[in-house]
Design a protein around this ligand. Structure first.
Ligand SMILES: Cc1cc2nc3c(=O)[nH]c(=O)nc-3n(C[C@H](O)[C@H](O)[C@H](O)COP(=O)(O)OP(=O)(O)OC[C@H]3O[C@@H](n4cnc5c(N)ncnc54)[C@H](O)[C@@H]3O)c2cc1C
Length: 391
């Protein structure tokens, strides 16, 4: 716990936060959970009237030879971050291989490069950041390579070469890479096994199925955060997202309802942002492949603009892509990559998606303007104008 210590929970808020205690079973019939003290090994049982499951997400770890060797790390808990940091300080690695070009892989690449370490990213798909359309993800390649990251796309991890119990090399289907340290960034899945074992229904995404009050299908049992499924407000389908933004909101709603109040969490639109070296990268809504899967007719508008008024010092490039439903003009999604302001602007699109706006509405939004922040027409509205001309 970083923000609040267990003592602060106990003393200031009356919450009995017990750490190093692992729940091994949920007994729905007896209405109790069974667990183990990880320090003493002693087991215990605790009854409940209401139960909230908030077990988070688990890293994806493929059964690849050598994956459990020393020097192979992942980054999913505070402790795993501490261990990577310790390895950096103690082993002084020269070559780091990152498996996976998602946002954690890219953020870590930046941090390793800042420490003067050679970084190679191996990614099995043809692009980094699979939550972006390929043309938008392509904008990240040059800054990554200019920063010194070696990028091998379309390449799969096959095995690790281990000497004296420690990783030395990474073998892909195309080459062998030297590695003093390996970081796995292969994504996460809902940590919902405990709930499933107890007979609490999961959704298609593997997350615990909940309604808009965060209640599971079992009376008195609730779930929130990265172990739970969400509802996508644009596709109107169940959706899984492992982000702190969503987890916090779901936790608030579950807490209010458990305490006897009434709150709803209607769903998500898939908003996320990340800084990749000199670029801000942000996305919301559906991407092209998701729209194609849904079989919706759509139009695309992509524009290159400036982050500030064109003449204002410090301005830089910004690319905005908007996807809208053909016929209705309903906004379906957007992606923004640029020097600055991508994060601010994606939130405009996220709000528009929540409100179910059409691109014509987006053009008329009363967004702010001053030369240090934008052109008179914000790039998001320029893209919306282009989309409106096609729908
Ligand atoms: C490196 C990194 C960077 C991130 N950056 C961002 C970001 O920029 N923006 C963003 O929105 N999100 C980000 N996230 C995601 C964010 O951290 C998570 O979405 C959020 O922490 C999920 O909250 P949660 O409460 O659902 O789960 P967690 O915070 O994972 O908490 C779950 C807890 O349950 C405990 N637990 C699990 N099983 C048991 C059991 N059987 N018994 C007892 N306890 C158990 C776990 O130990 C853990 O403490 C990042 C995540 C990582 C790893």
């Amino acid at each position: 716990l970083v923000v609040r210590s267990p003592e602060a929970f106990r003393e200031k808020q009356g919450i009995d936060a017990r750490v190093l205690q692992k729940v091994s079973e949920i007994d729905l019939r007896q209405k109790q959970v069974q667990g183990e003290d990880l320090k003493t090994g002693k087991t215990w049982k605790e009854p409940f009237d209401q139960l909230l499951i908030a077990t988070g997400a688990a890293s994806i770890r493929p059964p690849i030879p050598g994956i459990d060797a020393k020097g192979v790390y992942e980054l999913n808990t505070l402790q795993s971050g501490i261990e990577v940091r310790r390895a950096m300080d103690e082993k002084n690695p020269r070559h780091i291989v990152i498996i996976g070009g998602g946002y954690i892989g890219l953020e870590m690449a930046e941090n390793f490069i800042h420490r003067g370490i050679g970084v190679t990213i191996v990614e099995k798909t043809p692009q980094v950041m699979n939550t972006l359309d390929p043309d938008m993800a392509a904008l990240l390649i040059k800054p990554l390579e200019e920063a010194g990251v070696k990028l091998y796309l379309n390449e799969s991890l096959k095995a690790f070469e281990i000497t004296a119990g420690e990783v030395r090399e990474v073998m892909t289907d195309r080459r062998i890479l030297p590695a003093d340290l390996v970081l796995l960034g292969l994504g996460v899945r809902p940590n919902s096994a405990l709930a499933q074992m107890a007979g609490i229904p999961l959704g298609k995404t593997g997350g615990i199925r909940v309604n808009d009050r965060m209640k599971t299908e079992v009376k008195g049992v609730w779930a929130a955060g990265n172990c739970a499924e969400s509802f996508h407000l644009v596709s109107h389908r169940p959706f899984y997202v492992a982000l702190g933004t969503v987890a916090n909101k779901q936790g608030r709603v579950a807490g209010i309802n458990i305490a006897g109040g009434r709150a709803v969490f209607p769903g998500v639109v898939g908003t996320a942002m990340v800084k990749v070296f000199s670029l801000e990268v942000a996305r919301t809504g559906l991407q092209e492949k998701e729209i194609l899967e849904l079989g919706l007719p759509f139009v695309t508008a992509k524009i290159d603009a400036y982050t500030r008024a064109r003449y204002y010092p410090g301005t830089g490039p910004l690319t905005v892509k908007i996807l809208a439903e053909k016929g209705t003009g309903r906004l379906l999604g957007g992606q923004i990559v640029g020097k600055e302001g991508a994060g601010k602007r994606i939130d405009t699109l996220a709000a528009a998606l929540h409100a179910g706006l059409i691109v014509e509405d987006l053009i008329n939004l009363d967004l702010g303007y001053s030369p240090p922040f934008s052109a008179v027409w914000d790039p998001v509205q320029i893209a919306a104008r282009q989309a409106a001309g096609q729908v």
